[in-house]
Design a protein around this ligand. Structure first.
Ligand SMILES: [Zn+2]
Ligand SMILES: [Zn+2]
Length: 86
């Protein structure tokens, strides 16, 4: 499974999307609430997607369609067109 790195806007912790805290939503039974596994801050606007390029830990600035995978999240330095489609 593809690893997606996320950065918490509260504590700055980096973690994988698989490690997010999950709880059933009190409002909608078919939805889950997500939270930071480090500080418990609920997932929301302060969270940042981390660039998926190799070991890069920059914040991703945009998601781009990718040739071999679905969508990828990349920082300004690693847009797929700048890395030769990798
Ligand atoms: Zn946190
Ligand atoms: Zn990057």
């Amino acid at each position: 499974m593809l690893t997606e790195w996320l950065e918490c806007g509260e504590c700055g912790d980096l973690f994988q999307s698989a490690d997010l805290l999950k709880a059933p939503s009190p409002w909608r039974k078919d939805e889950e609430i997500l939270g930071c596994p480090c500080c418990g801050n609920p997932w929301g606007e302060p969270m940042h997607q981390i660039c998926e390029y190799e070991d890069c830990e920059n914040r991703a600035t945009c998601g781009s369609p990718h040739e071999t995978k679905r969508y990828v999240w990349r920082c300004f330095q690693h847009q797929p067109e700048k890395t030769g489609g990798k």
